[in-house]
Design a protein around this ligand. Sequence first.
Ligand code: FAD
Length: 391
Amino acid sequence: QDSGKYKGMIEDCCCDYESVDSVNGEVLHPLLQELVTTPFFRYFKAKLWCDCPFWPDDGMCRLRDCSVCECPENEFPEPFKKPFRRGLSADDLMCQEGKPQAAVDRTLDSRAFRGWIETDNPWTNDDETDNGELTYVNLLLNPERYTGYAGSSARRIWDAVYSENCPKYASGEICQEKKVLYKLISGLHSSISIHIAADYLLDESTNKWGQNLELMYDRVLRYPDRVRNLYFTFLFVLRAMTKAADYLEQAEYDTGNNTEDLKTQSLVRQLLYNPKLQAACPLPFDEAKLWQGQSGPELKQQIQKQFRNISALMDCVGCEKCRLWGKLQVLGLGTALKILFSVDGQNQPSESPQLQRNEVIALVNLLNRLSESVKYVREQGPSIEKIMERQ
Ligand code: FAD
């Protein structure tokens, strides 16, 4: 297949487009697709009813495709359930938005996720140790796709993200670190747009879903920069995963289902110590090059604060499902930043900071989303561009 205009080394990374495309298609994408369906990785804990610190609620939550199905207790694997709660009604199986009976079993963490510590992430706004008001969401039932969330509410979030926190760097910008933050956000934005266009409500009256090629082209493909930033973000997160390989390999993936948990562990191992990945792209991103100058520590603090603002902005996303994926993916990026640029900077190159279960779930699901987007752009991009450019 033709890799189109994306050839040679990926800017600011250590691998080329062709190798990344081939290792993603052959190895990473299939492994990640399987990994995110395992019980450990498919439940994400999020605070969905959060007050936006910047603007009043704009009521966008009422859009039908915006709502999130929380997990009724009976959906969890055996050990997650409360022993005294039996005889669930059919209602329990339905979308539980806003119902008190959808309340989360908060003892679940201590029983089912043994071995995971509670620790805050300095790169994100949410206090990850605060378990109040958290909701478990089955990500497989709430795919990231078109929701109808648009207009001024969506626009002001992206505007705030870009203009307040990571203004597009002027060409020739010398501060590599600021450039990295911009590219991470832009790459994530590309990936979100690709998922919206790939799974779009084409006809509301017949509820027909499918690809919206025009949208894909207009929002991402016609801007080579946005595609490049997507690859950059993918490699950045991949590097964080491989840097934390030893930590992730030894982590507990215990959900009480032995067969599934062994599969999870094996998939994690296959992903992290993959010979094809090591041959194709041994160092996806070289974090050692950053924060080297005199102002390094100060700059790191400044960028950390900016990223925390971006994380806080996710509480203002007026559509619940978009907020869920926004929060998950920003936490995933925050986890990658934490792994690569650990707070105290004392880490040895091969060491990883302590991670929370939710951070690891966010990291893996983010990597999967980015891997899907990269695969999509690689396989469909050139033909979509041809169709659109002919019109
Ligand atoms: P937007 O995507 O809103 O872009 C706004 C502006 O940002 C553009 O005009 C352009 O100047 C700039 N821009 C766009 N892409 C990039 C890029 N890759 N790099 C740099 N600059 C860029 N909608 C859904 O249907 N489903 C979802 O799951 C969903 N999740 C969302 C999550 C978050 C956190 C946010 C803030 C919004 C989400 N939305 C979602 C809304 C969606 O992202 C768009 O905002 C909406 O579809 C309107 O699109 P738009 O054409 O106005 O451009």
